[in-house]
Write a protein that binds this ligand. Structure first.
Ligand code: GUN
Length: 296
């Protein structure tokens, strides 16, 4: 293996410590940043995420509220709960864990969250601000985390060709918007590819920075990577593996073993992008509290 490993666990730990320091400073002025997480139903993976978010808040010295609603909660009741949290002065950041049950309209839910508390950055107001390069925009946690990994690993984005595989509203599109902004962590030339792209491997081979977020196990092989490129793997997939006690293994969207022989730097799965998301959520909650203090 020749690639440098970009250690998401270590970078996330540093960011969480930086956030905790700033939370302590703000708390000394009587402002304790507060995050509320609403979970509808008992999806096991979502329940784990929500518990981790609450624990991370407390470790950073933040106020944390977790609101768990039954799976048969009506859309009207969920919207009323959002209204109540929107009005709660102790809460600076609010997110509704996705996915919500099928009888609830996700767009309606996301649009009901006060944009000033929308620490996921999914509300159209924040999406628009991000496109415009407004510094008060909340950046969605996954692409914001990737940008921090690039910055903190010394990967030059300015003038680089960044190819993003996947056009989701949670990763691909906001990632493109962050990388084309002017300034540190931006100034890249960006190509967004997707399931209809012709010659995907050829496109990927032209990337200095390759961000893969398609949700297909080990789809990107060494033939799609330019020697020396930086490869960021957003995928988390379970693949059956009878030789393991659990019966499965976790892997990314990138074939790590072969790509790490070609790439200059690469994020592992697990231990890459994953740990960054909670760190950035904490950072966004701190940002929400700071912006409110500044009256912005
Ligand atoms: N479910 C999976 N990822 C996310 C996320 O980033 N935010 C929310 N609200 N739900 C999610």
């Amino acid at each position: 293996m020749s690639a440098t490993i970009i250690d998401g666990v270590a970078i996330a730990k540093t960011i969480r410590a930086e956030v905790a320091e700033q939370v302590a400073a703000l708390s000394a002025h009587g402002i304790v940043p507060g995050l509320a997480v609403i979970l509808v139903g008992e999806d096991p993976a979502s329940s784990i995420y929500v518990r981790s978010k609450g624990k991370a808040c407390k470790e950073a010295g933040m106020h944390s509220e977790t609101i768990i609603l039954p799976a048969d909660t009506t859309e009207a009741d969920l919207l009323a709960t959002i209204d109540r949290v929107n009005a709660d002065p102790l809460i600076h950041g609010l997110l509704v864990q996705l996915p919500v049950p099928a009888h609830i309209d996700t767009d309606k839910v996301l649009r009901r969250i006060d944009p000033a508390k929308d620490v996921d950055g999914f509300h159209p107001v924040n999406v628009g601000k991000l496109v415009l390069g407004d510094p008060t925009a909340f950046k969605p946690a996954t692409p914001a985390g990737i940008q921090q990994m690039l910055l903190r690993s010394g990967v030059e984005t300015r003038g680089a060709h960044a190819v993003i595989v996947g056009r989701s509203t949670i990763v691909g599109r906001p990632m493109a918007n962050l990388l084309i902004q002017s300034g540190p962590g931006g100034d890249a030339t960006v190509t967004v590819t997707h399931s209809r792209t012709r010659d995907l491997a050829g496109m990927c081979r032209s990337a200095d920075i390759l961000v893969v977020a398609i949700g297909r196990a080990e789809m990107i092989g060494a033939d799609a990577v330019k020697p020396g490129a930086t490869v960021i793997d957003v995928g988390i997939n379970r693949v059956d593996d009878a030789s393991l006690p659990k019966g499965y293994r976790v892997c990314g969207d990138v074939a790590f073993d072969e790509v790490s022989k070609v790439a200059g730097a690469i994020t592992p799965v697990p231990g890459g992008v994953g740990p960054m998301t909670i760190a950035m959520l904490l950072s966004n909650t701190l940002q929400a509290a700071t912006l409110r203090q500044q009256g912005r």
